[in-house]
Design a protein around this ligand. Structure first.
Ligand code: FES
Length: 225
């Protein structure tokens, strides 16, 4: 390559012309976290048959204080292209024999409402195929990768990326717009109290994470929206 060609290539690279188009723009990318095994209440690896279709299951991921929904929709959840003001990304669809098992953060993309041991204003409505947050009526379509159907949320619900290996399920990362830092800031007082220190609430889940039903975790489920 002579000097002129070299300069041409460098300027093309500088302008982004020779680079592949990024499918995960900043802020909406796949983010890898610890690969964590989902286990049932007995601490055994969770199997597909443990998941009742339509039930709200909850586990904590990627941090020990950040709840996520695990849902067996009962039918295939296909890959879905999602758009946000920060760019586009591809929701990978469901896992399991029917590709019907999906996971999303249980932290609302609007003002971060989430299940606590006392109550949950956000839950999955199987008849509607939606996760709904009753705090201000943000509704997310589970079959469409957590896309906002209505309400004030600006972003789809953050997906938790699952992998299946030999009939066992692992959480491996997140996909979408993350707001965990904001969650830690807004709820720092409650988290400090519940986890005996904010640093503990910010610890990443390692090894395995237990899957419970939402009813087992939250005393009161608010289902009025
Ligand atoms: S916090 Fe969920 S809709 Fe406002």
């Amino acid at each position: 390559m002579d000097r002129r060609e070299f300069i041409k290539v460098c300027s093309a690279l500088g302008a982004g012309l020779l680079l592949p188009k990024l499918s995960f723009p900043k802020g909406t990318s796949f983010k890898a976290y610890n690969r964590v095994l989902l286990v049932n209440k007995e601490g055994k690896p969770l199997k597909e048959e443990d998941l009742k279709v339509g039930e709200n299951y909850l586990f904590f991921y990627p941090y020990v204080s950040t709840p996520a929904f695990l849902i067996n929709v009962g039918k295939e959840v296909r890959p879905q292209k999602l758009k946000t003001e920060k760019g586009e990304y591809l929701f990978k669809g469901g896992v399991g024999s029917k590709k019907s098992i999906v996971a999303f953060t249980a932290i609302c993309a609007h003002q971060l409402t989430h299940p606590t041991p006392n109550a949950s204003f956000i839950s999955y409505y199987p008849d509607l195929g939606e996760i709904r947050c009753c705090a201000h009526q943000s509704h997310y379509n589970v079959l469409k990768g957590g896309k906002v159907v209505s309400g004030p949320a600006d972003y789809p619900l953050l997906a938790i990326v699952l992998e299946e290996e030999n009939g066992e399920f692992y959480a491996v990362g997140t996909l979408g717009v993350e707001r965990f830092e904001e969650f830690f800031r807004v709820f720092r007082r409650e988290l400090r109290k519940r986890f005996r220190g904010l640093a503990k609430a910010k610890e990443l889940v390692k090894g395995q994470t237990k899957v419970l039903t939402l009813k087992e975790y939250s005393k009161g489920m608010i289902i009025t929206c």
